[in-house]
Design a protein around this ligand. Structure first.
Ligand SMILES: [Fe+2]
Length: 340
């Protein structure tokens, strides 16, 4: 990690060969790195030289910029990373068993640079009784607790919904929650053993103006080794959300390799922790970010970890389809140099 500096050197290298000069000028002229880090660096909760300023501090665009009413302006000026998938609420699923562990988990996220988290307890499947109103109330309670201890984390209500045929009427009734309760994106979880082509569900929800975010497809055994299945899901309009811990090897080398393939192919739109407690997945966000920077560069990594999650939190439009992560020869060369 120590070698992955994204900071620009303050001076030209001592040995001013032509190659050194090109290496110095290119990122400043063409990669937009000239004033990275310099301002606001002191505000970062991350250690210096591990994240760029843009990644650590992204101001969320007001949803009105996209023609959508911002219902309550809760996230009108989010600064920091946004975690769209984590299990923060106590005693409702396989996440924290009690409030003290919820608070510990929240602190662990803040330590990773997260300033806004969408609490996404399971709904349906083996958790049929987690009603939307209960999730809203507990989220508000957690927010009050965090505020009372001066915590900087903003928490919004959401859910991770087990895929079922009868989603739509229950979403309409408010029993099932969309992400950040904005009515724009819904986080869908498949059974781990099989991949269910989501095209029909995606079309049904799309007709109601709702976009499917597919939770951790890299861990789905039916899709493992078959990126073409996820290619088709992305073409259908799904946004793929990969778990940060998958990228760092928490779920084994096979999952890690598949997650990397999906990122490199431009199929992943969002990275989240899927934290269930203060250890493990909750601590993987920053290491995962640094890996993704190495694979696809800083700008694309920022979109996966920061820009697009922020748009989810505000109910703004996130572009769908496969991302273009191809780099020019020069960009590849400079990415290799900065990662060395
Ligand atoms: Fe989850």
């Amino acid at each position: 990690m120590g070698g992955l500096s994204t900071r620009a050197p303050k001076e030209l290298p001592r040995r001013n060969t032509t190659i050194d000069l090109i290496r110095y000028l290119y990122p400043r002229l063409f990669l937009g790195r000239r004033d990275e880090v310099r301002s606001r660096e002191s505000e970062s909760r991350f250690p210096k030289a591990t994240l760029t300023r843009k990644a650590a501090f992204v101001r969320v665009l007001p949803s009105s910029d996209h023609g959508i009413q911002d219902k309550d302006a809760l996230v009108s000026d989010v600064r920091g990373l946004v975690d769209i998938h984590c299990h923060l609420l106590p005693g409702v699923d396989d996440g924290p068993p009690e409030w003290s562990v919820s608070l510990e988990t929240a602190r662990a996220l803040v330590a990773q640079g997260v300033s806004c988290a969408i609490a996404t307890p399971h709904q349906l499947g083996v958790y049929p009784n987690n009603h939307g109103e209960m999730i809203r109330q507990r989220t508000a309670e957690l927010q009050d607790l965090l505020a009372s201890e001066g915590g900087p984390l903003q928490v919004l209500p959401g859910a991770e919904i087990h895929i079922e045929a009868t989603l739509m009427p229950r979403l309409r009734s408010g029993q099932l929650l969309t992400l950040a309760d904005r009515g724009r994106h819904v986080l869908i979880e498949m059974p781990e053993a099989v991949f269910l082509p989501p095209g029909r569900l995606v079309a049904e929800l799309k007709a109601a103006g709702i976009v499917v975010v597919l939770a951790h497809p890299e861990r789905n055994r039916g899709a493992m080794g078959h990126p073409e299945l996820l290619d088709a899901a992305v073409r259908d309009g799904c946004l793929l959300q990969v778990t940060a811990g998958s990228l760092t090897g928490l779920f084994g080398s096979r999952v890690q390799a598949f997650a990397e393939t999906l990122v490199r192919r431009g199929l992943v739109r969002l990275v989240a922790t899927d934290a269930h407690g203060p250890q493990g997945r909750a601590t993987a966000l920053r290491p995962a970010y640094l890996r993704v920077v190495q694979w696809i560069g800083e700008k694309a990594a920022e979109e996966l970890f920061s820009t697009d999650p922020s748009r989810i939190a505000t109910g703004s439009v996130v572009a769908s389809g496969r991302r273009n992560v191809e780099k020019s020869g020069w960009s590849k060369w400079f990415a290799r140099k900065s990662a060395a």
